[in-house]
Design a binder for this molecule. Structure first.
Ligand SMILES: [Zn+2]
Length: 160
């Protein structure tokens, strides 16, 4: 089996351009070239190396590196819309998980806020209580001073 035939069997569609035109030997024998996009490959036993491509996009990054046939097959399939199995619940499950995660996060944020509010409220109560005590203490002091000044007046009166 020639390299061209091998390529034809392995990749009925060109991994780069998806063409079914087939392959021929390139000027650089035994490299195999796509008849459509002129991409050239070196075939190994289990791997394939892209040696040249006219493709201007990401395919250039793949040049001169050996990759498994599976890699090239997956690349070939990437461009095509993947058929979604009918009745598949996977996207729904994913959406549900994502929502559950968000809800969990929001709940913990809410709990943190409630704890913060509770803390502030306690501080407020504590401050009010302390101030009330201070006021009461001041009132007592004022009352004591009044009594003292009255007794002083009496003393002054008795002296006069
Ligand atoms: Zn091609």
């Amino acid at each position: 089996m020639s390299q061209v035939e091998r390529m034809q069997n392995l990749f009925p569609r060109c991994p780069i351009c998806d063409s079914i035109k087939g392959y021929k030997f390139s000027a650089f024998y035994p490299l195999v070239a796509c008849k459509s996009c002129k991409s050239e490959w070196a075939l190994y036993e289990n791997e394939m190396e892209l040696k040249a491509t006219s493709d201007t996009d990401s395919a250039r990054d793949l040049l001169n590196k050996k990759y498994s046939f599976n890699f090239w097959r997956e690349l070939e399939e990437q461009g095509k819309p993947k058929p979604q199995p009918i009745g598949s619940t996977r996207p729904l499950v994913h959406t549900l998980r994502s929502f559950q995660g968000q809800i969990k996060k929001l709940r913990s944020e809410k709990a943190n806020l409630q704890a913060e509010i509770e803390k502030l409220r306690k501080v407020g109560e504590e401050q009010t209580r302390v101030m009330a005590e201070e006021i009461r203490a001041l009132e007592e002091e004022v009352a004591t001073l009044k009594k003292e000044s009255e007794s002083l007046k009496e003393s002054v009166g008795s002296l006069a």
